[in-house]
Design a protein around this ligand. Structure first.
Ligand SMILES: O=C(O)C(=O)C[C@]1(C(=O)O)C=C[C@@H](O)C=C1
Length: 354
């Protein structure tokens, strides 16, 4: 090996030794914090602040995204020294839900795949898992109705959101697209790849599966079968990545919520999720939202769902900017509470995008 490379490598060795020492010092401090804590070990607001600060400090050449990924792992390892956490998600392994759970909790948290969104809620409610990760909306396909319905009923709180750019991959072990006789996928993924399928796989039979990972599993055992799923699912079931990024909208993003026993403290850039309903009279909804408008509190989302208590009655899912404990937000919420026939505060949590 050439002299300059050896010289650079020995500098890397020295830095690695220094990094290792510093990482263990950090882990030791986290452990001490863990001993002083009463209550939850996981503090979403603090983790959001740590990541935000580091991304601001970052001078490169590492990108903000890489810095975030590295420090999520460091925090994950430190957190696990305080207490090992179990995170339930919509399984099986290889789903986008699993990817989003890793994106937030890192790989030192234990993961519990669940067969349905209902089971994720149940696992956290029964304390078999500390936290749960559930999909709530997709930028192409809209709301995930089951999650919204369960949020209305659960005693759990929303303590985080995760935005995941969803890239769909055609996984196939053959040699050409002409050999694909059947495609397995989840209905949401089919919907996200409609144009690509219409132009490239018009003649293949489409078979829906309960999850993308299950689609990959089915395709792996059947010659002439392909799956639309994540790369992760492909490597889990030994399927070749045949075509990448086949989603119709390259910005295709799914938003997930983290549910747990408590919501998050104030991080300085937060959101609050609510469900509310108004009596059935003209202008009722406008009146309910007025306390937010008057204080210039941003609404980032408004979604209606049948209330299931009466025909043509609706509940409204609203996300606002700000934390429920911030004075402006707290007084607006109190006003809304007086007017609404139902107001449930689902939780406050750090915004996923700063
Ligand atoms: O600051 C804390 O409360 C810690 O426990 C430390 C730490 C970290 O590693 O930075 C770990 C877990 C918490 O969720 C937040 C931050």
């Amino acid at each position: 090996m050439s002299e300059p490379i050896n010289e650079l490598r020995s500098r890397i060795d020295a830095l690695d030794a220094e990094l290792l020492k510093l990482l263990n010092q950090r882990a030791q401090l986290a452990r001490e914090i863990g001993r002083l804590k009463n209550g939850a070990v996981y503090r979403p607001e603090r983790e959001a602040q740590v990541l935000r600060r580091l991304k601001q400090l970052n001078g490169g050449p590492l990108s903000a995204e890489v810095v975030e990924r590295l420090f999520v792992e460091i925090i994950s390892a430190c957190r696990a020294l305080e207490q090992p956490l179990t995170v339930a998600y919509l399984g099986p392994e290889g789903t986008f839900s699993e990817e989003s759970a890793i994106k937030r909790f890192g790989s030192s948290a234990e993961r519990m795949p669940c067969p349905s969104i209902d089971e994720v809620f149940r696992a956290v409610e029964s304390r078999h898992a500390h936290y749960g990760v559930v999909p709530v909306e997709n930028s192409t396909e809209g709301a995930v109705g089951r999650t919204l319905d369960l949020l209305l009923q659960t005693p759990l709180k929303v303590c985080g959101e995760i935005m995941l750019q969803v890239h769909q991959t055609l996984l196939f072990n053959g040699d050409s697209l002409a050999e694909v006789k059947r495609v397995y996928s989840h209905p949401q993924s089919f919907a996200q790849c409609q144009q690509w399928l219409a132009s490239n796989l018009r003649h293949a039979e489409r078979v829906t599966a309960p999850s993308n990972a299950e689609a990959a599993r089915l395709a792996s055992g059947e010659p002439g079968a392909a799956a639309i799923a994540s790369r992760r699912a492909g490597s889990r079931f030994q399927l070749k990545v045949f075509v990448e990024n086949i989603e119709d909208d390259p910005r295709n993003t799914t938003r997930f919520l983290v549910i747990g026993p408590e919501d998050a403290g104030i991080s300085g850039n937060d959101k609050t999720s609510l469900v509310m309903s108004a009596t059935n009279r003209p202008g009722a909804m406008r009146d309910l939202l007025e306390p937010f408008a008057r204080r210039q509190i941003d609404l980032t989302r408004l979604e209606s769902r049948p209330s299931r208590t009466g025909l043509w009655e609706y509940v409204f899912y609203v996300d606002i900017k700000g934390h429920r404990e911030e004075p402006q937000v707290a007084t607006a919420l109190a006003e809304v509470g007086e007017k609404a026939s139902l107001l449930k505060i689902l939780g406050s949590y750090p915004c996923a995008r700063d």
